[in-house]
Design a protein around this ligand. Sequence first.
Ligand code: AMP
Ligand code: MG
Length: 515
Amino acid sequence: MALPSDDVDGSEARQVVGACYSRVKPAVVQDPKLIAFSDEISDLLGIAPEEVKRQEFVEILAGNNLLAGMDTHAACYGGHQFGHWAGQLGDGRAIALGEVVDINGRHQMLQLKGAGPTPYSRSADGLAVLRSSIREFLCSEAMHHLGVPTTRALSLVSTGEEVIRDILYDGNPRPEPGAIVCRVAPTFIRFGNFEIFAARGDHETLRQLADFTIATEFPDIDADDPDRYVALLRQVVERTADMIVEWLRVGFVHGVMNTDNMSILGLTIDYGPYGWLDNYDPNWTPNTTDAQHRRYRFGNQPAIGQWNLVQLANALFPLVEKVEPLQEALELYGRRFDSRWSEMMAKKLGLPSLEDSSDQALAEDALNVLQTVETDMTIFWRELSSVSCLESVEPLNRVQPLMRSIYDLDRITEEQKAVFIEFVENWAGRQRVLGTSEDVRRSSMDATNPKYVLRNYMAQVAIERAEQGDTSLVQEFLDLLKSPYAEQQEKDTYYALRPDWARTKTGCSQLSCSS
Ligand code: AMP
Ligand code: MG
């Protein structure tokens, strides 16, 4: 099955109607150099590491050289941005090279992000800077190893060309090094791909896209089932809920959950002004463009997931023409989210479930404790597993490991400390009733509470060094974050509170969409 393509060639900006994609060639860049690549993805694709490093191959990863059979294209999609319909968006700077079959027999799409203008570039340049490319490359691989559904990245290539960006949108544009990430996912289809055809009343193309998506990505849905579009929505609802629960588990804030950045596969996609919670603050968002309303703040992500799914349901409506089944599919979201969230929190706490109301209360208490004083989310959860539950341990000693997670320990009051102690005593008491051995509990909690995440300041340091010509930290973080749950004691400088200088620094706590 093939999707309808644009019959106009070339990259001139335009409205593309009646087509799912446009054929377009990547721009040629001056001096492409491989900065880093994921050996796991090259393995998955059956490409030997030596092959990836060969300059001929780097030219492909930069879009300079196309192999026979590569049908390069950019997809047409629309989207709701910050709650408002934005019309046609599309791959403005992402060009797909085509699909390959991986070593497991599954198809994978390879896509170059930052490879030059497309019909969807509007007034922008189609390029990406090194800064944002490092962030996408490292974070998508890190997320995978954390067990969060995500698109992957094969490679990070610098282009040898300069790209002009005004990082703070304050009238100070400056040249930055350009780069291209080769992203990999079974498909990059987003909610917005469906929305654009529904918005234009182009139900024929909408149906083709939905049938294509079902046939290629959802093989367990019967292609002849009259209710297949509802079945599709149900699966997307579940996957989206599951993905967002995982974000909450590890402290990830996507930052731009527009419907054009929501994958139909429930993968985390489009790493822009994302961020990681250092101190646990559900109201935090890294995205300066969203600073006023904080629509995409950490704690609002579950609600936005649902809002976005409503837009997808609206887009599928012309194919279903009945409200109730779509409504029912949407109602799955809350149930799915709640049950997955409870399972996730139980695991973080080392409990079998949260079925018991006192266990539910423990989960709520944990989140309250985290907000009593500025407390590092990653360190708090990780240290909880090393808290001893033995009855003989004094409360003041028992709580000690958690004190490491507090940002301003000198200023903690007795009352605040008492909140920590009360929680830990309750939790330890519950663990004694469960009777799991300390070792077993610790290793199971350590498998869900990561020790290392791509802290905002880490990415920033890697970027600043790379911009000075030293890309070694990119490789170091790629390696470190391959095993985020392992002890890796020699890397303990990255298992530490965010340094003070990073608290309010651009790139660390605040990011714009400029990329
Ligand atoms: P994003 O906020 O990165 O998800 O991008 C929103 C839309 O803007 C998408 O259609 C992108 O393809 C497009 N876009 C973002 N940056 C650029 C750029 N530098 N050149 C062309 N299009 C872009
Ligand atoms: Mg996007």
